[in-house]
Design a binder for this molecule. Structure first.
Ligand code: URA
Length: 440
């Protein structure tokens, strides 16, 4: 078999055979297919797409390129959750404790920030002492004892995806539905959970900008999960504006803590309750209404925040910053971004806010960059809020004042202001399950 022929086949819009896809993935991981040929293949897939069968085979080949985690040492049903990536998306920090405090195990492997989007592992590492890399035995023991653990992906989980993702990131081939579906689902299948809840983000801060594409992506991922014998549901949630007010690692942990204390922003709270309820539903805890009530009670009773504290302590973190988020190290400097005119906020370009937070130090500009956990943005105004000219719309935080000029310009330009009250927008657009897609 020659990679050249496979590239030509895909370039001409033909379907690749199972053994061709398996050959391409295993030889790429082995290093015998060079990046330039794989780049050409990715671009061909970007333009010509992949059939459902090709996507399923690709997912399976990528999943089996490394370890297939065996979670059988953990008792009970294990439920996983994955977000397609967003800005201010701290949902895992809220949902995992809610679900675990309701008696369902969460043995979760999360990712780091990617491009303009943040990652749960970086947020967790903002907690002093927090270990996000546990040996398998320690991981199983932590989940059996406290009901949850959230760690980074083990080194050998879907190594083909690691290589492919790095290549897609620099060849403008990230936002391809079959490639995203195979990338996410290969890691989810390899991570060994029984059920999977997918949070597919849609809008200006998401990889999928249109609702139709987001639904299509969700349908493909649910089909792959169900085909592999995992109960899988996806919610399509809004990422046209940032979720909550905080963008940046320790600030997002603090906002997640507020949400677990019942005083978080409304959008974040609502999205987290729906995601947690769907995870409980997948884990056979009753009807969606019953699971929603369970998730709400986990917050009001204080059980969920207690679970987060237990998890942090079990993973070696200093829980004092959770008990009092004012103890997080603060940024040396802050900068107020002012509105250029009066009116209603009609849009916030969320990708631009994500890029600005990276420029402030909250994310990595290169693979080697060190994250500044105190850096980021606290929005003061959100969609539909009224703002007066020169009123503060966002506050930027950084270790170094010369980071403010560019970031402030980006954030200022990200806000659109009109003189009519914009329409209300849904937080959750649709639910995709094996029975079909329900639009809200
Ligand atoms: N997240 C992933 O893990 N992979 C993608 O392709 C996109 C988002």
């Amino acid at each position: 078999m020659r990679m050249y022929d496979l590239i030509m086949k895909k370039r001409n819009g033909e379907e690749l055979a199972e053994q061709e896809i398996r050959y391409m993935i295993s030889e790429y991981v082995a290093g015998s297919i060079p990046d330039y040929q794989m780049s050409a293949m990715l671009m061909a897939v970007y333009f010509k797409g992949m059939s459902d069968l090709e996507t399923a085979v690709m997912t399976d080949a990528v999943a089996h390129s490394g370890d297939m985690v065996d979670l059988s040492a953990i008792d009970g049903i294990k439920v996983d959750k994955h977000s397609t990536g967003g800005v201010g998306d701290k949902t895992t920090l809220v949902i995992a404790p809610i679900v675990a405090s309701c008696g369902v195990k969460v043995a979760k492997m999360s990712g780091r920030g990617l491009g303009h989007t943040g990652g749960t592992v970086d947020k967790l590492e903002a907690i002093p002492g927090m270990r996000t890399s546990l040996e398998p035995e320690e991981f199983f023991k932590a989940v059996n004892q406290t009901g949850l653990a959230v760690v980074g992906q083990s080194g050998n989980l879907a190594p083909a995806d690691k290589k492919l993702y790095a290549l897609r990131d620099v060849t403008a081939t990230v936002d391809s539905i079959p490639l995203i579906a195979a990338s996410i689902m290969s890691k989810k299948l390899a991570a060994g959970n029984d059920c999977i809840l997918l949070d597919v983000k849609t809008g200006s801060g998401a990889f999928m900008k249109s609702l139709d594409d987001s639904i299509l992506l969700a349908e493909k991922m649910v089909a792959i999960g169900e085909h592999a014998g995992k109960k899988t549901v996806a919610l399509i949630t809004d990422m046209d504006i940032p979720l909550g007010y905080a963008i940046g690692n320790s600030m997002e942990v603090a906002e997640a803590v507020d949400t677990l204390l019942g005083k978080g922003p409304n959008d974040l709270t609502q999205v987290c309750i729906s995601l947690a309820a769907n995870m409980l539903y997948l884990a056979d805890q009753g009807s969606l209404d019953k699971c929603t009530a369970m998730a709400e009670d986990a917050i009001t009773s204080g059980r969920a925040i207690q679970k987060l504290i237990e998890m942090v302590e079990m993973q070696g973190g200093n829980s004092e910053v959770i008990k009092n988020t004012g103890k997080f190290k603060q940024a040396a400097y802050s900068y107020q971004v002012l509105a250029e005119e009066s009116g209603y906020i009609s849009h916030i370009n969320t990708e631009a806010c994500g890029i600005a937070s990276v420029a402030l130090g909250a994310g990595r500009e290169t693979k080697e960059s060190e994250i500044d956990y105190a850096a980021g943005i606290i929005l003061q105004k959100k969609y539909r809020d009224f703002v007066r000219k020169d009123e503060v719309i966002a506050v930027l935080y950084a270790e170094n004042q010369n980071k403010f000029e560019t970031a402030a310009r980006m954030v200022k330009d990200a806000f659109e202001i009109t003189d009519v009250v914009p329409k209300e927008r849904p937080l959750i657009y649709a639910r995709v399950g094996k029975e079909g897609t329900e639009k809200y």
